[in-house]
Design a protein around this ligand. Structure first.
Ligand code: ATP
Length: 315
């Protein structure tokens, strides 16, 4: 094959707890991540030239070597220097549907798609764990984006354990049209405000685990209990993002008043989501938001919770 196209899914965080500081300067986190059916299309194809080329149809996404998807290809090329000699250069084409800078891991899922697509195009035969180890060098969310589904992510987010998948739930996503939140800003601001509550992460295992609050969410997921999942949605970063951006708080209040199982900000925001038990309930919430919320530009999407992040698209 000369080209592969993959659909690459966004993620939401059903749970995000900042545990403490790590010696490497990152935060120690406990997150429950969930793939949702809002996808970009990522194509990798062979070209005659001996370099990497990238194009994306979104004005806010760079078309150069700073694009996370480009960096994924460059990392794979550096790790296997013979591949370009053997196969020639590549072109990456990204068709963006996932909002940018939205807390939905759009860049990370593109990078994951490139790693998996190039593994096939260059016939490297890497295992999922080998791909995830490479992915962790590029960004903390990328190992999850390779696996997808429902997972608990620990460490700086790169240690991913797949959980029992959630079936039949939907998310209504809402994002203010012009606002994006920088993830480094959110964590830096959180540290400034809450460092005194941080746990010493070198503390021994069991006593440390008692302090974490993720157990009710884990139980709810293992029991496939949508009501309990909705009740235990949690994100520490809301504490800084909602106060710094009142418009995000406003969208959250409006969305929460429309019903559903529970409402939360995803990642470092500004996207908010409400979980629902059916597509029709999600559609009713979107209708209510359109009639009640004053900003007609507000982005609203309905996305099912899905069991994988990446899927090969037949060309
Ligand atoms: P996360 O949830 O992982 O924090 P995010 O959804 O908040 O990510 P992205 O959409 O990945 O944020 O974009 C963050 C920044 O990265 C943007 O400023 C964007 O220009 C840049 N970027 C680089 N490569 C990509 C890509 N392939 N897709 C989207 N943004 C990219």
């Amino acid at each position: 094959m000369d080209s592969y196209s993959l659909s690459a899914a966004a993620k939401i965080n059903l749970y995000l707890e900042v545990v403490g500081d790590r010696p490497d300067g990152y935060h120690e986190l406990v997150m429950v991540m969930q793939s949702v059916g809002l996808t970009d299309r990522v194509t990798v194809r062979r070209t005659g030239a001996h370099h990497i080329r990238l194009q994306c149809n979104h004005p806010d996404v760079p078309n150069d070597e700073t694009n996370l998807a480009y960096r994924a290809a460059a990392l794979l090329q550096a790790s296997f220097p013979q591949v370009m000699e053997h196969w020639g250069g590549i072109e990456i084409i990204i068709e963006k549907n996932i909002p940018v800078g939205a807390g939905l891991a759009g860049g990370s899922t593109n990078a994951a798609a490139v790693l998996v697509g190039l593994d096939m195009l260059w016939q490297l035969g890497l295992t999922q764990i080998e791909l995830q180890t490479l992915a962790a060098e590029l960004g903390s969310d990328i190992p999850f984006c390779i696996a997808g589904g429902t997972a608990i992510a620990t460490g700086r987010g790169e240690q991913v354990d797949t959980l029992y998948g959630l079936d039949g739930l939907y998310a209504v996503l809402a994002k203010s049209p012009t606002l994006s939140v920088s993830t480094p800003w959110a964590y830096k601001t959180y540290r400034q405000a809450f460092a005194d509550t941080y746990m010493d992460i070198t503390t021994a295992g069991p006593s440390r685990r008692e302090h974490l609050h993720s157990s009710p969410m884990m139980t709810a997921i293992s029991q496939q209990d949508g009501d309990a999942i909705g009740q235990h949605l949690y994100n520490d970063l809301e504490k800084v993002v909602l106060s710094a951006h009142p418009e995000v708080n406003e969208v959250k209040t409006a969305l929460a008043s429309c019903g559903g199982l529970g409402t939360l900000m995803s990642g470092s925001g500004p996207t908010l989501f409400t979980l629902t038990a059916s597509q029709s309930e999600a559609e009713a919430i979107v209708q209510q938001m359109r009639s009640r919320y004053s900003d007609s530009q507000l982005g609203l999407w309905i996305a099912p919770l899905v069991p994988t992040s990446l899927q090969l698209i037949e060309s």
